[in-house]
Ligand binder design. Structure first.
Ligand code: SF4
Length: 386
């Protein structure tokens, strides 16, 4: 008998901490799509998917889920989706990408679901409530449902509507705050003001949902870095989100900001400048209880994380340790981190062999291409992750 071919639609991205979640696409692309720094949805059109279409995908995901359990039982693992089951599925040429993603989700057993794409609160409240309820009925073991949304969209909903959405199952909203500095929001065409960001964040909290705010270190460039750090912290002090996540700016060639970089109207901040900006930002956060995370590969200092206010000294210590390094060691750490070999400044002392190898590499590049060549080399290493 011909094997059943199951497939459903998935979008291009999810937050780093949702890598092990079930990914379901509720809307397509971004309704705004104008932010100068954003590479994700360029040359695409936003569209809402119909309730029937989304429910169809959820049903297909459930069929795949049951099919995978059956495969596990046939292999003698009693429904457990261990690495042998996952390998078997990944080796099958008749399995779709979405099928494989469900296998990984079951293997990791996170019971979490992330709704793609950029702005699902853009759906009509009744329709979103309907599909969320259907999702919860279909997968009763899911314990966390999260999504992205825009502040401008959130403030169009009443707290009562947001509460209905919360009660239907949406636990957490990820918002790309990026900055709380109005001139920078305008320059980057974010399409939202600091006041609107505050209103949106407060509404999400009032409705009982968890809130994750993304901040973009480096976005102020060399001109606006200080105001960016200070005003972003001030906005977050008024919101008190559950999570503050750092995702540093990188500029791929196909985003509009690249043109501004080329014509000189935007000057990229240095790695050391961004670290100083983050220090000022963390110092200015006050009176809030957020979890700070630096869980994006674009960030130089991965250990900048912890719960406020108690972990603030630890976070500042991580930053201070980097800033206190001799110039050459900061360079070696940057090359080590951007090449993926180092994760913490502690490794500079703890792994001398690695330190010596990276130092020799940096020295080699410097002898052939000078100090600018070393900077170019480190930038190219970092840009591989874009
Ligand atoms: S709102 Fe978000 S997804 Fe849309 S363009 Fe801006 S950064 Fe990109």
């Amino acid at each position: 008998m011909k094997p059943r071919f199951y497939d459903f639609e998935q979008g291009p991205i999810r937050p780093p901490n949702e890598a092990r979640s079930l990914l379901l696409r509720f809307t397509r692309n971004c309704p705004w799509n104008q932010c100068l720094f954003c590479p994700v949805y360029k040359n695409t059109q936003f569209s809402r998917r119909s309730v029937d279409e989304i429910k169809q995908d959820i049903s297909t995901a459930k069929k795949i889920h049951d099919d995978i359990r059956e495969i596990s039982c046939k292999l003698g693992y009693g429904g457990n989706v261990n690495e042998h089951v996952v390998r078997k599925i990944f080796q099958s040429s008749d399995k779709s990408q979405s099928y494989k993603s469900i296998a990984l989700w079951m293997h990791h057993a996170t019971n979490a679901c992330f709704l793609q794409d950029a702005d699902n609160l853009n759906m009509k409240t009744g329709e979103l409530v309907d599909v969320l309820k259907f999702l919860k009925e279909t997968f009763p073991h899911i314990t966390r449902i999260t999504t992205y949304s825009r502040s401008r969209t959130v403030i169009r909903k009443t707290v009562e509507e947001l509460r209905q959405i919360r009660e239907a199952g949406l636990d957490r909203v990820h918002i790309g705050l990026e900055t709380g500095y109005d001139p920078l929001l305008k320059f980057m065409k974010k399409g939202v003001t600091a006041e609107q960001q505050i209103e949106a964040g407060q509404k999400i909290r009032e409705a009982g949902m968890e809130l994750s705010e993304y901040v973009m270190p480096g976005l102020g460039g060399q001109l606006m870095w200080r105001e960016h750090a200070l005003q972003t912290a001030e906005v977050l002090n008024k919101i008190n989100p559950h999570f503050i996540r750092l995702r540093s700016l990188r500029i791929p060639h196909h985003v509009p900001l690249y043109e501004k970089l080329k014509d000189g109207s935007f000057a990229l901040q240095t790695d050391d400048g961004v670290v100083e900006e983050i220090r000022l930002f963390i110092e200015t956060l006050d009176g809030i209880e957020s979890n700070v995370a630096s869980d994006h590969i674009m960030n130089l200092l991965e250990e900048v994380g912890g719960k406020l206010p108690q972990d603030k000294p630890h976070i500042l210590d991580v930053i201070g340790k980097y800033q206190a390094l001799p110039d050459e060691d900061r360079l070696i750490f940057r090359a080590g981190r951007r090449s993926g070999y180092m994760r913490s400044t502690d490794e500079l002392a703890a792994n001398r062999e690695l330190y010596n190898n990276i130092r020799d590499l940096v020295e080699d590049v410097r002898s052939k291409q000078g100090a600018d060549g070393v900077e170019k080399f480190i930038k190219e290493l970092a840009d591989r992750y874009i």
